[in-house]
Design a protein around this ligand. Structure first.
Ligand code: SF4
Ligand code: SF4
Length: 180
């Protein structure tokens, strides 16, 4: 009874809570400082934003066989084909509506030319629904900057930029470490 009374008078529960709070002040910070100071560089197996690959000569690898569009369970991919002057099928339209994409990776698995791939991109939130509709031009630009497996699965120091081109988080190359 007296003990409870003294605990109430001396705000013992508050003291206990503050003790716990201060103990955490001196522990190693494990929270990633995204987007102001750091960003996550996913592992190379990560299924991120799709991109279209080109060969050593810079030619589009895609032969518009439409296998990716056929296997896609969500009807994400639209392809229109034409035959170029060498008689090779190419896409005149290759469009992905990523609103519907489940990132299952089937389109990548089935592609006989390694043309459509998952990159490491995950920062593709937009202000407009059209931002998530990827034309062939956009897919060609989506190739990830970082492809070195040694550097993937890490936290890189970065800076948050807001300018006329929009907002983005860019690595500054100062620091990189493994999170675990
Ligand atoms: S990842 Fe899956 S859902 Fe998305 S486009 Fe490819 S097959 Fe379709
Ligand atoms: S991305 Fe691959 S599977 Fe899809 S149409 Fe082009 S070559 Fe065929």
């Amino acid at each position: 009874m007296l003990k409870d009374f003294l605990k109430t008078v001396f705000l013992w529960d508050l003291v206990q809570g503050m003790r716990l709070t201060f103990r955490y002040q001196f522990k190693k910070v494990v929270t990633m400082h995204y987007p102001d100071k750091e960003k996550w560089v996913p592992y190379d197996r990560f299924r991120g934003l799709h991109y279209q690959a080109v060969d050593e000569e810079g030619e589009l690898k895609c032969v518009a066989c439409e296998l990716c569009a056929r296997i896609c369970p969500a009807g994400v991919i639209t392809i229109e084909a034409y035959e170029d002057d060498k008689g090779v099928r190419r896409p005149s339209v290759y469009e992905m509506d990523l609103h519907r994409c489940a990132y299952c990776g089937l389109c990548v698995e089935v592609c006989p030319e390694d043309a459509i791939n998952h990159g490491a991109g995950y920062e593709f939130a937009g202000f407009d629904r059209a931002d998530a509709v990827m034309s062939l031009e956009k897919l060609l630009k989506n190739k990830p900057n970082e492809t070195d497996p040694e550097k993937m699965g890490t936290v890189a120091s970065a800076r948050f930029i807001r300018d006329k081109d929009g907002i983005r988080v860019e690595e500054d190359g100062k620091k990189r470490y493994r999170w675990w």
